[in-house]
Design a protein around this ligand. Structure first.
Ligand code: SAM
Length: 296
C-alpha cells in the first residue's frame, strides 16, 4: 500500500484544533507517545517522527487535533482571516482547511463552505461536526454558481480556493508512476487531464477575485505542475490588477518560491516533493477594500 509507505518516510504533522484544545496541552499529551516539536512555519502545527501513528488516538477521534500535512496547514494560515470576518471556502471537502479557518477565526464570524460533490459534502459535514465549529455554513453546490453581486456575499472579505488538482505533489501519486499499469499511453491522457484542470482552476480563481469586498484570496494546489500553478496565477494577473489586487508574499521567510516564469513569481510559494517531502503551491492575492473606516 503506497500510502502506508508514504507514512514511513515522512514526518507526521498534526494541527491542534484550538477551538477545543490549546497547543501546550496537546504537546503534553502527545509527548507521552512520541517526540513532539512545534513547526517553525505554521502556528498550532506539531511535527512528529516518521511512522508516528495517531489515527486512532482519542485526540484525533474527538477532534482536538487533526492529521493535516504542512502544505495543507499553510493555506488557511497564509489567508490570515480575522475573528469576525465572513469567509468563503470555495472547494472545501473534506474540510481540513475549512475547520482550520474556523480555528484561526476563534469560532467567530462566518465561513461559507462550498462543495459540489454530494458524497464529499457528507465528509465535510463530519469534519465540521468533529471540529466543534458553529460558524460554518455548508453549501452543497458549484462555487461558480455563487453570484458575487448577491447581497448575501457583500461582507465576504476572504476566499480560500483549493480546487481539484492533479495531486502530482503527493508521494502516492509520484510512486504511482512506477507501477506497471502506468504506461506511456497515459502520457497523452495526463496532458489532457492537466489542461482541463487548469481551465477549471483559472475560471474559479477569476471568480474568487470578482467578489466585490474580498481583500484576500489564497489559491493552493498539491500539484507540482507549472500549468496548474504559476500559469494559473499569471493568466489571472491582468484581471487581478484591474480589480486592485496584488500578489502578496505568504510566509516571506520561506525560501522556495514560484518558478521564475513571470515577473512577480517570487511572491509565490512552492514546496518541493523531494526536498520538502511534499509538493505544494500557494499564491496569495491582496487588496485594500473599503469595509474598514479610513484612518483619520
Ligand atoms: N480544501 C479541502 C481540504 O483541505 O480538505 C480539499 C479540497 S479538494 C482539493 C477540491 C474539492 O473541490 C473537491 O472536494 C471537489 O469535489 C470540489 N469541487 C470541484 N469543483 C467544484 C466546484 N465547481 N464548486 C465547489 N466545489 C468543487
Amino acid at each position: 500500500d503506497l500510502s502506508q509507505l508514504n507514512g514511513h518516510i515522512k514526518q507526521r504533522y498534526v494541527r491542534v484544533n484550538t477551538l477545543k484544545m490549546d497547543v501546550d496541552s496537546a504537546v503534553k499529551e502527545l509527548e507521552k507517545l512520541y517526540k513532539v516539536q512545534k513547526d517553525e512555519t505554521v502556528p498550532d502545527l506539531l511535527v512528529m517522527p516518521p511512522g508516528s501513528d495517531l489515527h486512532a488516538h482519542p485526540l484525533v477521534t474527538n477532534g482536538r487535533i487533526f492529521l493535516q500535512g504542512k502544505g495543507s496547514s499553510m493555506v488557511a494560515a497564509a489567508l490570515q482571516p480575522e475573528a469576525g470576518w465572513e469567509v468563503i471556502d470555495a472547494c472545501s471537502a473534506p474540510g481540513n482547511k475549512t475547520v482550520h479557518l474556523a480555528s484561526l477565526m476563534k469560532g467567530q464570524g462566518k465561513i461559507i463552505a462550498c462543495e459540489l460533490n454530494e458524497e464529499r459534502v457528507k465528509r465535510l459535514e463530519q469534519t465540521v461536526k468533529l471540529s466543534g465549529a458553529t460558524n460554518i455554513e455548508v453549501f452543497h453546490g458549484d462555487f461558480l454558481s455563487l453570484n458575487p453581486a448577491d447581497p448575501s456575499f457583500a461582507k465576504v472579505r476572504a476566499i480560500l480556493l483549493d480546487p481539484s488538482c492533479s495531486g502530482s505533489g503527493t508521494v502516492t501519486d509520484r510512486l504511482d508512476h512506477l507501477l506497471p499499469s502506468h504506461s506511456a499511453d497515459n502520457t497523452n491522457y495526463d496532458s489532457i487531464r492537466l489542461h482541463k484542470l487548469a481551465v477549471f482552476q483559472k475560471k474559479t480563481l477569476a471568480h474568487a477575485l470578482s467578489f466585490p469586498q474580498v481583500e484576500r484570496v489564497v489559491y493552493s494546489t498539491c500539484s507540482i505542475h507549472q500549468i496548474e500553478n504559476e500559469d494559473v496565477v499569471s493568466s489571472v494577473l491582468p484581471l487581478a490588477s484591474s480589480l486592485g489586487f496584488k500578489l502578496a508574499t505568504p510566509f516571506p521567510q520561506w525560501q522556495r518560491r514560484g518558478l521564475p516564469v513571470f515577473a512577480g513569481s517570487e511572491h509565490l510559494l512552492r514546496m518541493d516533493p523531494v526536498e520538502d517531502k511534499e509538493g505544494f503551491f500557494i499564491a496569495l492575492f491582496t487588496k485594500t477594500n473599503n469595509l474598514d473606516k479610513p484612518k483619520a
